[in-house]
Design a protein around this ligand. Structure first.
Ligand code: SF4
Length: 296
């Protein structure tokens, strides 16, 4: 499972020897990170007042056409680090006041996640580890992360295979993401908060509403509510920002406010009493805008 000489870490299952060449994720065997810093624009129980201790890994196994972080996911930016250096970064973030260690796009480095988190905890690190993923995961890998990951922050991007194929070259995304989510919920269980309202364990599902795909967001909302109810936390995102010259026509403008509101209203009608929603013209201001709690 964790053998980089024949990598099958994600559902792409390239089978490449990453010591010799990069796979579809553009990652070789060396761990490459683009940024490690406190981050204040995740959902409130992650960012709190001290910030989330984010580490952005380079490369991505999904490679969405509309990626908002394409310099990191596709480019050769970043620096190489060892697992020991990663653990030291986690400890530094903890000393800086982070509420958690937030590993962004970590799938293709899952073995390094296990090893670095083990070193971090052996050195006295005590923060929850957040696995911040696009959701395109193998359940076997999620099982292997049991005991390492405390919080899953996962996308549920598409409900239809045709859209997943068109935007991410992954027609199997809807099925894969739902299977992986089931494993995540089984692994870490329902949400657990501390006395300050910070998340210690659990799953947050992010639904980024794409222009023209509101119906898919609503299909996924229905699925989530029927399957998990409030066993998972819901984050509805309107921050889609057109980036790049190669976008399909329907993705060349931000999401209309009314379309986002339709999805929020649908979540309420289904029965969600709490969700994280985004307000204002966030798409014009920032790729990663502030969050606010809805109905809390
Ligand atoms: S992690 Fe990368 S190399 Fe491994 S199977 Fe996925 S895309 Fe291929």
């Amino acid at each position: 499972m964790f053998d980089l000489k024949k990598c099958e870490l994600c559902p792409r299952r390239c089978g490449v020897n990453r010591y010799e060449r990069a796979g579809r994720c553009r990652a070789g065997a060396q761990i490459r990170i683009a940024r490690a810093a406190l981050h204040f624009w995740e959902e409130p129980p992650l960012s709190g007042t001290g910030g989330s201790g984010t580490v952005f890994f380079c490369g991505c196994s999904l490679g969405c056409v509309y990626c908002q972080n394409r310099q990191i996911s596709r480019g050769g930016v970043g620096r190489v680090v060892s697992t020991r250096e990663l653990a030291e970064i986690y400890l530094r973030l903890e000393r800086q006041g982070a509420h958690n260690i937030n590993l962004v796009t970590p799938t293709h480095y899952a073995p390094a996640v296990v090893e670095s988190a083990g070193l971090y905890r052996s050195a006295g690190g005590g923060l929850p580890v957040v696995y911040n993923t696009g959701g395109y995961e193998r359940p076997e890998v999620i099982q292997a992360l049991r005991g390492t990951v405390d919080i899953y922050l996962t996308d549920l991007k598409y409900a239809e295979s045709a859209t997943a194929a068109r935007y991410s070259g992954a027609a199997d995304y809807p099925e894969r993401a739902r299977t992986a989510l089931q494993e995540m919920v089984q692994t870490v269980g329902p949400p657990v908060f501390d006395g300050a309202g910070l998340l210690r364990r659990g799953v947050i599902v992010r639904l980024l509403v794409l222009p023209g795909s509101e119906h898919e967001a609503m299909m996924n909302l229905g699925y989530l509510w029927r399957t998990y109810g409030e066993t998972v936390l819901l984050s509805l995102m309107n921050q889609y920002t057109p980036v790049g010259d190669d976008l399909p026509p329907e993705l060349r403008a931000p999401l209309p406010a009314a379309a986002y509101q339709t999805v929020v209203d649908y979540a309420r009608r289904l029965g969600w009493e709490k969700a994280y929603i985004q307000e204002g013209e966030t798409a014009k201001e920032s790729f990663i805008p502030p969050f606010c709690s809805d109905q809390e």
